[in-house]
Design a protein around this ligand. Structure first.
Ligand SMILES: *[C@@H]1O[C@H](CO)[C@@H](O)[C@H](O)[C@H]1NC(C)=O
Ligand SMILES: *[C@@H]1O[C@H](CO)[C@@H](O)[C@H](O)[C@H]1NC(C)=O
Ligand SMILES: *[C@@H]1O[C@H](CO)[C@@H](O)[C@H](O)[C@H]1NC(C)=O
Ligand SMILES: *[C@@H]1O[C@H](CO)[C@@H](O)[C@H](O)[C@H]1NC(C)=O
Ligand SMILES: *[C@@H]1O[C@H](CO)[C@@H](O)[C@H](O)[C@H]1NC(C)=O
Length: 422
């Protein structure tokens, strides 16, 4: 059946990376180009059924038992980028709560910083990052999971199947811990088939965050919230309340990030992710000012505003990489007969924060629009492994990253204050 096949393709979402500069230098030393970062796999991370963030350490003998691909280290060319950080997570959360509860905006004292981020103009960098988000190759046997707050006393039994549900991923670090990369993949057992204790909730949240109005695709759908009114009207307040009441999506990410900064207090943390994991990575990038690279991420701009995330002066430290044949980032996986709808999802959002590197595979490679092009393996093997001719022609390695200005989504809906008629 279709939904099962879709499940495995669509599930990748969350990941974490850790890395740091090392002593290798490029052959011709140019002080303006930072030296290569060599990242090695340090931990796996996952979310337990009771929504706690769990880690598992990867020891060297452990990683040698990894099947299939034994490569657990990656080399990335960094470059200097500008980012904005809130004064503290507490200050950020306070401003967010104020906006959420009382509709008041509070100006935050954003700090501008120059830090090392991945050089997203290079194809090799995108390829390495994409490989780091693909943890399907690494299946350690029986990892010992621990929650950070009881680190030395508990060892949880917890599954690690590549297509199991929930956010999970890997943490990479440079040998000196200066750079840490978190990859985030998968979510929502729900996301196309599957099961699991949080699946139902995740699916609900995905539909709240990435559909226009409660995933009411048409009259045959049972909507996930009751905020739609007659004539394509949607009650904004109701929508935001539904999200806040139920969503674990964003808090799981902020817990993960806060746990990582506890483990690596001095490190420069990057966040990468595929699909919904990319969306979570981006929201964390907005929150913490970390460099972010996502692959095939659904439009997350609407989710950021529904979650009332205070917005930094610029989000250009966030880069999305996707191609036009994938209906998820394009926001076209939403017809009643679409594969997403068949899986119980309405992926209707299409606008992204930050900048986007868009490969026009429909025009240039004549790929048909198909959910099966969404998988990270497809992106690695069929898109990033080869030079991209249209870019090479103009002396670039990858398409130019551009902000999605004038992006419009959910235009058939009218959002506003539409209380239920008594
Ligand atoms: C780690 O995250 C959990 C939530 O999963 C939180 O309760 C805990 O306080 C965090 N620990 C640290 C040290 O940040
Ligand atoms: C592992 O890395 C080496 C060198 O970095 C490369 O030659 C080899 O093809 C890689 N193996 C796999 C399975 O990717
Ligand atoms: C671990 O937890 C058990 C009971 O929960 C307690 O008796 C034991 O002292 C703890 N061990 C350590 C090292 O904290
Ligand atoms: C890097 O961080 C880990 C904690 O995850 C620590 O065990 C290790 O000693 C650190 N290495 C360096 C070089 O600081
Ligand atoms: C794809 O791009 C290359 C380089 O610009 C061009 O030569 C080729 O004709 C394009 N293919 C299609 C089908 O448009």
């Amino acid at each position: 059946m279709l939904p099962t096949a879709l499940t495995s393709l669509l599930v990748s979402i969350l990941g974490v990376f850790i890395a740091g500069p090392d002593s290798e230098h490029r052959p011709q030393f140019d002080p303006s180009i930072p030296s290569l970062l060599k990242l090695e796999l340090r931990h796996l991370h996952a979310v337990s059924p009771d929504a706690r963030v769990l880690f598992s350490d990867i020891s060297i003998p452990h990683s040698l038992r990894v099947q299939g691909n034994t490569n657990t280290s990656y080399t990335i060319q960094p470059r200097s980028i500008k980012t904005y950080r809130p004064p503290s997570f507490d200050a950020y959360s306070r401003a967010r709560t104020r906006s959420l509860r009382f509709g008041q905006s509070e100006s935050l004292d954003w700090g501008e910083e120059d830090i090392l981020g991945p050089d997203v103009e290079r194809r090799e960098v995108l390829l390495e990052l994409a490989k780091m988000t693909n943890n399907a190759y690494v299946e350690p046997e029986d990892p010992a999971w621990y929650p950070l707050d009881q680190r030395w006393n508990t060892s949880h039994r917890f599954g690690w199947e590549p297509d199991a549900d929930g956010f999970r991923g890997r943490v990479f670090a440079t040998p000196d811990n200066s750079t840490v990369v978190v990859s985030i993949k998968g979510t929502s057992a729900g996301l196309f088939g599957g099961g699991g204790p949080t699946a139902k909730k995740d699916k609900l949240n995905d539909n709240l965050l990435f559909s226009c109005c409660c995933a009411k695709v048409d009259w045959t759908w049972t909507p996930v919230c009751g905020c739609y009114r007659n004539g394509w009207k949607c009650d904004q307040t109701c929508l935001e309340r539904a999200l806040i009441d139920d969503s674990l999506f964003y808090p799981i990410g902020t817990n993960l990030y806060n746990n990582l900064t506890y483990m690596y207090p001095e490190s420069n943390i990057w966040i990468i992710g595929h699909s919904l994991g990319g969306a979570l990575a981006s929201l964390l990038g907005v929150t913490f000012g970390s460099p972010v690279v996502t692959f095939e991420c659904p439009g997350e701009r609407m989710a950021a505003s529904r979650l009332h995330l205070p917005s930094p002066p610029s989000t250009h430290h966030i880069t999305h990489v996707y191609h036009t044949a994938d209906p998820i980032p394009m926001g076209t996986c939403n017809g009643v007969l679409s594969s997403c709808a068949l899986g119980g999802y309405a992926m209707e959002s299409r606008c992204h924060l930050g900048k986007s590197i868009i490969y026009d595979t429909v025009s240039n490679l004549t790929w048909p629009v198909d959910i099966r092009t969404h998988g990270i393996v497809n992106v690695i093997e069929r898109l990033l492994s080869e030079p991209w001719a249209p870019s090479v022609e103009v002396g670039r390695e990858v398409p130019e990253a551009k902000a999605e200005v004038d992006c419009v989504e959910c235009y058939s809906w009218e959002f506003g204050d539409f209380p239920v008629a008594k």
